[in-house]
Design a protein. Structure first.
Ligand code: GLN
Length: 514
């Protein structure tokens, strides 16, 4: 049985980071909504509970709440920001609008005796603050363990009851020693051994899948992306030829991608599994003809994908389990696992399949973050170029072509994107930039080529630096590289006569265009 920390989500921006830091301390961790009944949380037998930040004010009517019982189970609780304020309010302290709100890196002074959560932490220490409210009075039984110039209670604790509160966000890397503090909590206070390892994950998962599936038949929709590839290899290791991977080429993949996927997973590849490639591009182009609305395009692609997949599944016959490469951020972005707002519909998550008769969905990566999935992939020996591949949306180039999709436009964006990737690699920037790609704007403009007037399309280049893909900043690609890419695209890709570079960050932009 794994030792486990449960993170209760109050809608804060950094919740995924909390889970991540706990795993970096080698303790397994799951996030649940604040709506989850306490009995369910207790049934998970957590060794500790962390309450996240959140956008509300605890004293507002209707703000996410918690019962007193949450703090009376004997399990250590650490409240962060909103979580800290909530703990104080529920236990009889007082939270008010702060006379001076704090935002950004802030010097935090420790009070004596130094709290065990601050073992090994310097005094003062820089922490990330983001709050409008503050703890005006701590609850009975608590003592203040840190303060700032503007904030009399930057941290407080009731050591006897094992309750801890931080006004700042230790999970954010700007909190210089925040990782240490979280480690102090999960190991020192909660007593976790910290023996959870990413490598263990692969072996354990293969073992568990094998036990669970036995000689059942497994079907996997392989997209060629990192997530479904890693999921497929885990399943291949677990059940071998009882796994069939269906790879649908919807004609919206990157240049050469379909052949690359086939080379790795097909009959020439290294894995024991059945591989079915479906060339369905024309069906998709027909369905998409004339459609310009982004969400409609996503829907059409998703539905057609299901239809194709279903036809193949029928040919295969019996299916007991269906594999999906869902990872944690998919669950959160789709508004299923978290309290944060739904940003986009996601093909990996949600209502998918009552269209194939199967017993159960298996999602072996459901609790992992992208880089954790990559670590597992490398551990499993999947080729590095596949594991380190850029994130690619399920609807593919369909949403990187603004406006209606045609075969000709797909060709343009594929070629432009291939040039961009090639030049980024030539410049040695490939692995350094979080995500980069070409998109086709729906803009046509006048140009001149060989003394002749052109009236052709504009390509947009996008490159962003990001750690977690939740926020991103435009990457400062050297002008020389951008100019080279621009000139190659305009010269080599017919019907493109202009190239733009997108300087927008996320937020307010998203990384993808649609
Ligand atoms: N909304 C609360 C405040 O402004 C909590 C903020 C947070 O959790 N980041 O103080």
């Amino acid at each position: 049985m794994n030792e486990k920390i449960v993170v209760i989500d109050f809608g804060g921006q950094y919740n995924q980071l909390v889970a991540r830091r706990v795993r970096e301390a080698h303790v397994y961790c799951e996030i649940v909504s604040y709506r989850t009944p306490l009995t369910e949380i207790l049934a998970m037998s957590p060794k500790g509970i962390i309450l996240t930040g959140g956008p509300n004010s605890v004293y507002e009517p209707g703000a996410p709440a918690a019962g007193r019982e949450l703090f009376e189970t004997g399990i250590p609780v650490l409240g962060l920001c909103y979580g800290a304020q909530l703990m104080m309010q529920v236990l009889g302290g007082e939270v008010r609008r702060a006379p001076e709100r704090e935002y950004g890196k802030t010097e935090v002074a420790l009070d004596t005796p130094v709290s065990p959560l601050f073992a090994g932490v310097s005094d003062p220490t820089i922490c990330w603050m983001s709050h409008n409210d503050y703890i005006f009075r701590v609850a009975p039984g608590f003592r203040v363990t840190a303060h700032t110039d503007n904030c009399p209670v930057a941290a407080a604790e009731n050591a006897e009851k094992r309750l801890y509160a931080f006004q700042f966000h230790p999970e954010v890397l700007h909190s210089v020693q925040g990782t240490r503090m979280l480690e102090n909590f999960v190991r020192g206070i909660c007593g976790c051994r910290g023996d959870w390892r990413m490598e263990d994950f692969a072996e354990r998962t293969v073992r568990e899948l094998r036990e669970k599936i036995g000689d059942g038949k497994v079907l996997c929709a392989l997209s060629g992306g990192v997530d479904s590839s890693v999921a497929a290899v885990l399943l291949s290791r677990a059940v071998g030829k009882n796994l069939t991977c269906v790879f649908v080429d919807h004609g919206l993949l990157r240049k050469n991608e379909a052949n690359e996927v086939e080379a790795v997973f097909g009959p020439e590849g290294a894995y024991e599994l059945n591989f079915v490639r479906v060339n369905a591009r024309h069906r998709f182009y027909v369905k998409l003809a004339g459609v310009t609305d982004p969400e409609t395009k996503r829907k059409i692609i998703g539905e057609e994908f299901i239809r194709v997949f279903e036809e193949e599944a029928k040919k295969i016959g019996r299916v007991d389990y269906l594999v999906q490469g869902t990872i944690y951020p998919d669950v959160v972005e789709s508004g299923l696992g978290g309290e944060s707002a739904t940003i986009k519909s996601h093909h990996n998550v949600g209502g998918l399949p009552d269209y194939v008769d199967f017993r159960e969905i298996v999602e072996p990566l459901r609790l992992l973050f992208k880089d954790e999935v990559r670590a597992v992939g490398l551990h499993l020996g999947i080729p590095e170029y596949l594991v380190m591949r850029q994130p690619f949306p399920g609807p593919g180039l369909g949403i990187r072509i603004i406006g209606d999709v045609t075969e000709e436009k797909v060709r343009m964006v594929q070629d432009a994107d291939a040039i961009f990737r090639e030049e980024m690699a030539n410049a040695g920037l490939g692995g350094q930039v979080g995500q980069y790609f070409a998109a086709l704007t729906n803009v046509r403009s006048v140009g001149v080529m060989g003394d002749e007037r052109t009236y052709d399309y504009a390509i947009a280049l996008r490159a962003v630096d990001t750690i977690d893909f939740m926020t991103a900043d435009c990457s400062e690609i050297p002008y020389g590289v951008l100019k080279k890419v621009t000139s190659r695209i305009v010269n080599e890709v017919s019907h493109v006569n202009r190239v733009f570079y997108d300087l927008t960050s996320k937020p307010p932009g998203t990384i993808e265009f649609e």
